[in-house]
Design a protein around this ligand. Structure first.
Ligand code: HEC
Ligand SMILES: [Cu+2]
Length: 320
């Protein structure tokens, strides 16, 4: 039920056929066992019904014994289905308990906050100087549990990476918890699964599970601060003027807090929560046509003179 993936391969989404970790495997089994029981029960009931319809009822002898015989089957049938339902309830509760907590202490804790319509991802460390923020793309080391604290900045969202774990709501004012673990490296797609407004369908995320060395390399790159030459950089000036009110770049004066952090924008493979691949052309199109690409998104389409757009685009390409 889990096929080996290469580092960059995207895992199949079908969570009824695939599971890539211990937070989702027990529910996959539960789903199949329940589905099988339901089918068997249906076949038995349908068979009995067909039998009753086709069977010619014998002349009623009027004997009290015959009625008793019929009642006996009612008792037997009721007892069997009651026991079966109880067993299913116990199995469901055991499964819930199994997936509620990770089998070992989480190797990493991160906070994911849902916004209309993107995800903020915060990595926190004992030394707060190492903390960093990214968006829409979560990197985790393979084979270890990761605890995800879930928050919302506006309405109710829900965090779901189907082949890694069940879904959990993100409720304003509450911090919910969810753990996930990927047992194969690769890319796992997630979606918001609580209707949250116009662009709910364009609120995807990617979980990138990497072997420890790869993950370490990514983490070190995220810790790095951006080296800027602000005075001379025309693109940086455009950014400060038009973008820094919403977007931040760590270690600079751009500290806008209600839009994706762009410190290492180029390290992400998609932009606008899975809407476009992260190429220079798409970044430019997004800046000038955000409202056509994702109508209602909390970023306006920006009208910039061509020279400014070129400078800005060159500047964004340095954010790796
Ligand atoms: C009014 C606030 C606001 C302004 C001003 C703004 N943005 Fe945005 N930007 C956002 C929001 C909100 C998103 C997330 C949209 C979404 O995915 O739904 C976003 C997304 C982006 C993304 C995609 C990031 C990712 O990882 O998905 C890029 C790149 C970007 N903006 C660049 C810019 C640039 C460059 C400017 C200035 C020319 C700018 N933005 C101005 C609010 C803003
Ligand atoms: Cu949603």
């Amino acid at each position: 039920m889990s096929i080996a993936l290469s580092e960059k391969e995207i895992a199949p989404l079908n969570y009824f056929l695939h599971s890539y970790g211990p937070a989702s495997m027990p529910t996959l089994h539960l789903g199949w066992i329940f589905a099988s029981i339901v089918v068997v029960v249906f076949l038995i009931v349908a068979g009995l019904l067909a039998g009753a319809l086709l069977h010619k009822r014998p002349q009623n002898s009027g004997k009290i014994d015959d009625a008793d015989k019929g009642l006996r089957w009612v008792y037997i049938g009721t007892s069997i289905s009651t026991c079966l339902l109880l067993a299913m309830a116990v199995y469901a509760l055991i499964t819930l308990n199994t997936v509620a907590r990770p089998p070992q202490a989480p190797a990493l804790t991160l906070t994911v906050t849902g916004y209309d319509w993107w995800w903020k991802v915060e990595y926190e460390y004992d030394d707060p100087r190492l903390n960093f923020v990214t968006a829409n793309e979560i990197h985790i080391p393979v084979g270890v549990p990761v605890l995800v604290k879930l928050k919302s900045a506006d309405v109710i969202h829900a965090f779901w990476v189907p082949v890694l774990a069940g879904k959990t709501q993100m409720i304003p004012g509450l911090i919910n918890r969810q753990w996930l673990q990927a047992d194969a490296s690769g890319v796992y797609r997630g979606e918001c699964t609580q209707y949250c407004g116009l662009q709910h369908a364009h609120m995807a995320l990617e979980v990138v599970a990497q072997n420890p060395a790869e993950f370490q390399r990514w983490q070190t790159a995220q810790h790095r601060r951006v080296a800027l030459s602000p005075a001379s950089d025309a693109g940086w000036k455009v950014f400060m003027e038009h973008c820094s009110g919403c977007h931040s770049i760590r270690g600079t004066e751009a500290i806008g807090a209600h839009a994706p952090d762009l410190t290492h924008l180029k390290s992400r493979s998609l932009i606008a929560a899975g809407t476009l691949t992260n190429t220079p052309e798409h970044r430019e199109r997004w800046i000038t046509h955000a409202q056509e690409i994702k109508p209602g998104a909390r970023m306006p389409s920006m009208v910039l003179p061509p020279a400014e757009l070129t400078a800005l685009s060159a500047f964004l390409s340095t954010l790796d």
